[in-house]
Design a protein around this ligand. Structure first.
Ligand code: AMP
Ligand code: ZN
Length: 469
């Protein structure tokens, strides 16, 4: 497997830190829960989901962490405006986030630590204390603690700039004269009136952690001092991930992350989709308009994570059409596979190219290309009555593999064992013209929640009362 590493700007062979080559640690920056996540955010999460699943498909054991940023300027502003506590303010957005993940068929991370979890705050305070002790951080007059950038000359290695090129940006707040150097960033923000009741006690007085330290502390605490892969959207590269490297490496003295992977922004009309631009769609917006989670997942995974993806309604229409083709094909091969002998020994079509495309820096466009080539070729064989039940069964098995990574399949490919046994019996009964037996078997299948229809291609199976796709 080879992936593009933002740190080296090269495509590198993937070798995990684990000497046995099995375990992979993956840290993925999560949402700021002050609003519903937009589908630009979900482009990042879908890319990470496919990465996670593909690593597992290739036999790695993945341990993954995704943080929830539930305290920073926007969440504080939001809860004060709403006149509720911080946790009451963020709770519905956290719940909505998990609901959205499910709708987009995402695999769960192992842990979703929240920045306000007491053990996370304790870890952050501990890390900041170590940084102060080592001279990498200092307490400023305003009682905030800042990272001393001059002690970490490697700052800039991820975003590829030199420290002396760092200039004050528009984001610099008016009170930043407290800092020794303009690039120094806050590890701990001293309480001020705007924070209201939101603060934690620390050795430096009451205050709250900075955003960057959150991810360093969680990664270190939950995945260890060094990890294999850290992901996010491209806007995370600087300053967030650059700061994470500085904090983590100054605490541990070890390289923090082996492979940095960033997805390009989702665009709308050529501009980054973002809350501040006001040009965003949430998953809910699109689902209210009748689009399904599966269609949106398709539209977001159609283009490889590192390439530009412009979001359009036409893209969703194309997704709908492609998925209809996939469903139709899935129905055909499942019907054609009934009564197959040993599916494993048969493979008429080249399906290995699918995994190979994902091995090559997660090329989802090429992988989908392989899928639709196989669909076209096997449909042609089916039209000519030249696809044997064994070959069809082997394609059904392959589709399962494809779906274990892309998760775009219809609901019905997971036909329960009992149902497929009954289908096979029914196929035999029909071949022997035992119509009464065939009807009885159809009723048994119906009782299990599946409807069989007889078509010229054989039995067609549909789940009854399918949930909305
Ligand atoms: P935030 O909630 O702003 O912290 O963002 C959560 C994740 O979504 C981060 O990994 C961001 O880099 C990513 N992200 C934000 N906007 C976009 C976008 N338009 N396209 C892709 N990823 C994005
Ligand atoms: Zn982060």
């Amino acid at each position: 497997m080879r992936f593009f590493n933002t740190l080296t700007r090269e495509i590198e062979e993937f070798v995990p830190l684990d000497p046995k080559g099995k375990q992979v640690s993956l840290y993925t920056c999560g949402p700021t829960v002050y609003n519903f996540a937009h589908i630009g955010n979900f482009r990042a999460y879908v890319f990470e989901d496919i990465l996670h699943r593909h690593l597992e498909f290739r036999g790695f054991r993945v341990r993954r962490v995704m943080n929830l940023t539930d305290v920073e300027d926007k969440t504080i502003r939001g809860c004060r405006q709403a006149g509720v506590s911080l946790s009451d303010f963020t709770k519905p957005f956290k719940e909505a986030f998990f609901q959205d993940l499910e709708r987009l068929r995402m695999k769960k991370a192992d842990v979703y630590p929240a920045a306000t979890d007491p053990e996370q705050i304790a870890r952050m305070i501990e890390m900041i204390s170590i940084l102060i002790k080592k001279g990498h951080a200092y307490l400023a007059e305003d009682q905030s603690v800042y990272f001393r950038l001059s002690t970490f000359p490697a700052y800039g290695k991820l975003a590829h700039f030199r420290l002396d090129e760092l200039r004050p940006s528009g984001r610099v707040k008016s009170d930043e004269y407290e800092k020794e150097n303009v690039g120094d960033f806050a590890l701990w923000k001293a309480w001020d009136e705007e924070d209201g009741l939101i603060f934690w006690d620390s050795p430096w007085g009451k205050g709250r952690p900075g955003w960057h330290i959150e991810c360093s502390a969680m990664s270190l605490g939950l995945l260890g001092p060094q990890i294999d892969i850290h992901c996010g959207g491209e806007d995370n590269i600087f300053p967030h991930h650059e700061a994470e490297i500085a904090q983590s490496e100054c605490v541990t003295g070890l390289p923090f992350v082996k492979l940095w992977m960033h997805c390009r922004h989702l665009l709308v009309d050529g501009r980054k989709m973002s809350k501040s631009e006001g040009n965003f769609f949430t998953l809910r917006d699109l689902m209210d308009k009748g689009w399904t989670g599966r269609e949106i997942r398709y539209a977001l995974s159609k283009i490889r994570y590192r390439e530009q993806l412009n979001f359009t309604i036409d893209g969703l229409v194309a997704a709908r059409n492609a998925l209809e083709r996939l469903d139709e094909w899935s129905r055909r091969i499942h019907a054609a596979a009934i009564g197959a002998a040993d599916p494993k020994s048969h493979s008429q079509l080249d399906t290995a190219a699918f995994g190979a495309a994902l091995d090559e820096d997660l090329n989802t466009s090429a992988a989908l290309g392989v899928l639709f080539d196989v669909i076209r070729d096997s449909n042609r064989l089916l039209d000519q009555n030249q696809l044997s039940p064994e070959n069809s069964a082997s394609l059904c098995g392959w589709l399962k593999e494809v779906n274990s990574v892309l998760c775009l399949g219809p609901d019905h490919e997971d036909v329960p064992q009992k149902v497929s046994e009954l289908l096979t019996q029914r196929e035999r009964a029909r071949a022997q013209k035992q119509w009464a037996q065939s009807d009885a078997l159809r009723d048994q299948i119906l009782a299990l929640g599946w409807m069989v229809k007889d078509t010229k291609e054989g039995q067609q199976l549909n789940k009854i009362n399918r949930e909305s796709k």
